[in-house]
Ligand binder design. Sequence first.
Ligand code: EPZ
Length: 430
Amino acid sequence: MERYAIKGGNPLAGEVEIAGAKNAALAILAAAIMTDETVLIENMPDVRDTNVLLEAIQEIGAIVERVDKSRVKVNGSTITNVSVDYEFIKKIRASYYLLGALLGKYKHAEVPLPGGCNIGSRPIDQHLKGFRALGASVEIRNGAIVTQAEKLKGSHIFLDMVSVGATINIMMAASMANGRTIIENAAREPHVVDVANFLNSMGANIKGAGTDVIRIKGVEKLHKTEYSIIPDQIEAGTFMFAAAATRGDVLVKNVIPKHLEATTAKLEEIGCEVKEFDDSVRVIASRELRKTHVKTLPYPGYPTDMQPQIAAALTMAKGTSIVTESIFENRFKYVDELARMGANIKVEGNTAIIDGVDRLTGARVSASDLRAGAALVIAGLSAEGITIVDDIVYIQRGYEDFEIKLRSLGAEIEKVSTEKEIQKFRLRVG
Ligand code: EPZ
């Protein structure tokens, strides 16, 4: 099993390039099969989740050609099977985007029910509500969702809560339904907009993405396109908080500053200087960090995917901080691991109370999910001594070349597998 060995204490400094947005890429890869023509997707992140989804669409018969590390061609004309294998949904929940894509194109889809995950039960009732509203039958058969329709008919759909996945899945199916669909209480995340723009580049007719009302006029067919995915604002924010926690000075390149507004506002509140340029942001953390209160909300509020990262930085901020998680019911599993590094942090319900300490000390910790893992790396980079982060397979799901990018900023971090390699690391870094 791979793990990270980290020697903390180096302020991060230099420049880092951000990859394409994982959460946009997963939906776009699913939507790419909705045409029988060839689609070229650029700025694809080379991470485990997107690579698994590429395997899933190949497995149902689509042709996938990896042009290079960040470009892929997809052609859905050879799809022979609308049933996705359980092994893929087990590896990544977002395989469920194939429901909306296959239902839209073939009026039939079978995808195993995604289980919960380490951050919550994550039901998909709103996705299924949308498919039914479009006239599809939806049933659970042998652990799989089976949905089909003679034809899909546009509908006026009110989501019961803001859901990124449901918004995107319904948008895909509705883009090839007959007539008009309105999605009310839609998610407004940048990656929802990116999927809408991608579908429109294929000939769909989607308006209002990025607002809470999305209007879709269904079309018969979608055609080829070439499309570049937006930068990953969560990867960008993760590096911004790594700069803050290590008191560094980092230029984060290939970003859309507008997508980072909530993150930037919090970094400034805790004492960092953030300079914005056209497609980059610079974080300078020369002063001691200060406490803050933060509550995660749907976009444009503070992102839940950046909650563990700010908590890691706040463990060394002066004063008592409050972090409230309003999206998922179980996104504080990393707190016990931070406490093992000397953080003074306790969880009451969906709130973490953090009393800042002068310093963290390195320890052996384990990642419970993608963003929790990133937060433990941030803590390790700023702690005194050596931190070993186990289970980094979670981190590799969403961060391209994470340790390579951190090393280019001066971090002492290495991927290790055996105890012997850990000893060698300890000897090398002293
Ligand atoms: C997407 O998950 C992201 N994943 C998550 O990122 C992100 O945390 C989340 O959006 C919120 O921004 C991908 O895009 C692949 P939701 P998703 O539907 O779509 C409840 C990461 O770290 N809900 O917006 O599953 C749900 O339980 C991952 O990259 C229902 O009850 O999130 C949650 O409490 C983690 N019924 C809330 O809504 C439904 O049908 C928001 O979930 C759907 C959702």
